[in-house]
Design a binder for this molecule. Structure first.
Ligand SMILES: *Cc1c(COP(=O)(O)O)cnc(C)c1O
Length: 494
């Protein structure tokens, strides 16, 4: 499966075609977006925002990369995160959304984060740092993009006088980040399916305690796979999809990648860029966050190495070793948010490696579908190895790292962060200077792993503790398409 990517483009283009303002094909001279499969129309930012997946099954990428000069990078140091964020993102969103419209959205998106720096650094050892990307409302790094994306959606839809229905399935973390991103947005109604009794109580409460009339939580009597199958079928039912204007805020949406580029720049500037640029280690599942690092590099930030950190679900690490991108079985681990064996955003890198040859990308993705494998070719592999290194980290190594950081620093880190720390330390490939590990989740989200590693449950931050007393709202439905569709039909605004 294409990592949570559901067929949402057709109905979006239906909306795009009908939108009177704001959602239009690109005519200006700034960034426009093309599909990695080459058969979908080029769109401007508002178009790709709403489209998510391109209607040829590809992913949208900017046709060119905006360049950030060394002087501009140096000047990011000490500036508020939201200012830098607006500066960088406007280069991708204009003219559909100019900086003047973007600024208040971005300021609002990060206003609720619980650290003034938004994405603060914590020192682990001399010249080794943890980038705390868990300061948002749901305590995972997905808030950094989704808080912006929810507001962008609302902005574009309001301007166009449109309303859309977000449908998604979650095994835990993504659902709460998506819900927090679209709560109270009048142009969006959201339906999030979770498998009843199969998410942790903290994860469930992060979703079900959100008191907003546009949010509908559905506990499905079944597994996560059942939930995902129901969502896919809803998107596959064209009349239903069009009637309710379904969309997904999933991980292949370009706007999510764009928002994640920002903290690579702010972090590097804080540590002395452009003179000193850190090696970054990135816990990786769908390759969105790591690809954002690559984009920062393409924009002019000379990142010497991007370390792809995975658990035993290691498709990208095997690719770097062998040149073959080969699907594997998914194994459940203590770092569940990266239990992924097909990294959907990798198609964006593949498009670049193929020199923008969409036919080549299409052939490779077809061979992945048909045979479960394709080879990238020697030249592409050499280019990849010049930028990325990768390491698959075992459960024992993950727990040992959490324990060691606890013993040596008194810091509790979550299992995803630990995967990054192990991989980053092992794979910096002789590059000196600062080493930064992206900490993608707060340890309180994974209390069992923390207890296994340190002997004690993590402290619960106040914003999570508060949820324990709030009333929960959700409806329970059987894993039955007709029942779920009837539920959505009754509540969606079309
Ligand atoms: C989603 C997630 C990741 C993986 O991010 P990708 O962009 O999919 O590679 C890593 N860690 C945590 C905690 C996550 O929720």
């Amino acid at each position: 499966m294409r990592g949570g990517a559901v067929q949402s483009a057709e109905d979006l283009l239906y909306v795009v075609a009908r939108a009177p303002v704001g959602v239009r094909r690109h005519e200006d001279t700034t960034v426009q977006y093309v599909s990695t499969r080459g058969q979908a129309p080029a769109l401007d930012f508002a178009g790709v925002l709403l489209a998510g997946l391109a209607d040829d099954g590809g992913l949208y990428v900017p046709e060119s990369w905006p360049a950030i000069s060394p002087a501009e990078i140096a000047a990011f140091a000490g500036r508020p995160y939201t200012e830098v964020a607006c500066d960088l993102m406007a280069r991708f969103t204009a003219p559909a959304i100019p900086a003047s419209e973007l600024a208040p959205l971005v300021a609002d998106a990060y206003a609720g984060f619980d650290h003034a720096a938004v994405a603060p650094l914590r020192q682990l050892s001399p010249d080794e740092w943890i980038l705390e990307l868990f300061r948002g409302p749901t305590l995972s790094f997905k808030d950094y993009a989704l808080q912006v994306v929810g507001r962008l959606f609302d902005h574009v839809l309001q301007r166009a006088g449109l309303h859309m229905t977000v449908v998604g399935a979650t095994s835990g973390d993504t659902g709460s980040a998506a819900i927090e991103a679209v709560r109270d947005r009048s142009s969006i109604t959201a339906f999030i399916l979770h498998p009843k009794g199969r998410v942790t109580s903290v994860q469930r409460r992060q979703m079900t305690t959100v008191d907003s009339p546009n949010i509908h939580n559905i506990a499905i009597e079944g597994t996560f796979d059942d939930c995902q199958a129901l969502v896919k079928k809803m998107f596959g039912d064209a009349p239903f999809r069009i009637r309710n204007r379904l969309t997904a805020v999933n991980s292949i949406n370009w706007a999510r990648v764009m928002a994640q580029v920002v903290y690579y720049f702010t972090t590097a500037a804080a540590l002395g860029a452009p003179a000193r640029v850190p090696v970054f280690s990135v816990p990786t599942g769908n390759f969105g966050d790591a690809f954002a690092g690559h984009v920062a590099r393409r924009m002019g930030l000379a990142i010497p190495r991007l370390v792809i950190a995975t658990n035993r679900n290691d498709i990208l690490v095997r690719l770097l070793q062998t040149g073959e991108y080969r699907k594997g079985d998914v194994h459940a681990t203590i770092s569940p948010s990266i239990d992924i064996q097909v990294s959907s955003n990798f198609e964006r890198l593949l498009f670049e490696l193929a020199g923008g040859d969409a036919a080549k990308v299409t052939a490779r993705m077809q061979s992945l579908e048909r045979d479960g494998v394709f080879a990238v070719g020697d030249r592409a592999l050499a280019v990849m190895r010049g930028e990325f290194s990768g390491r698959a980290v075992s459960e024992d190594e993950t727990l040992a790292c959490m324990r060691a950081v606890w013993n040596e620093n008194g810091d509790v880190i979550d299992p995803h962060t630990a995967v990054g720390v192990v991989a980053g330390r092992a794979m910096r490939d002789g590059f000196g200077g600062p080493l930064v590990h992206l900490s993608t989740a707060h340890p309180a989200k994974f209390p069992d792993a923390v207890e296994d590693a340190t002997g004690a449950k993590p402290q619960i931050p106040p914003r999570l503790a508060r949820l324990l007393d709030l009333p929960e709202r959700y409806d329970t439905l059987p894993a039955d398409l007709a029942a779920v569709q009837a539920y959505v039909d009754q509540r969606a605004i079309s």
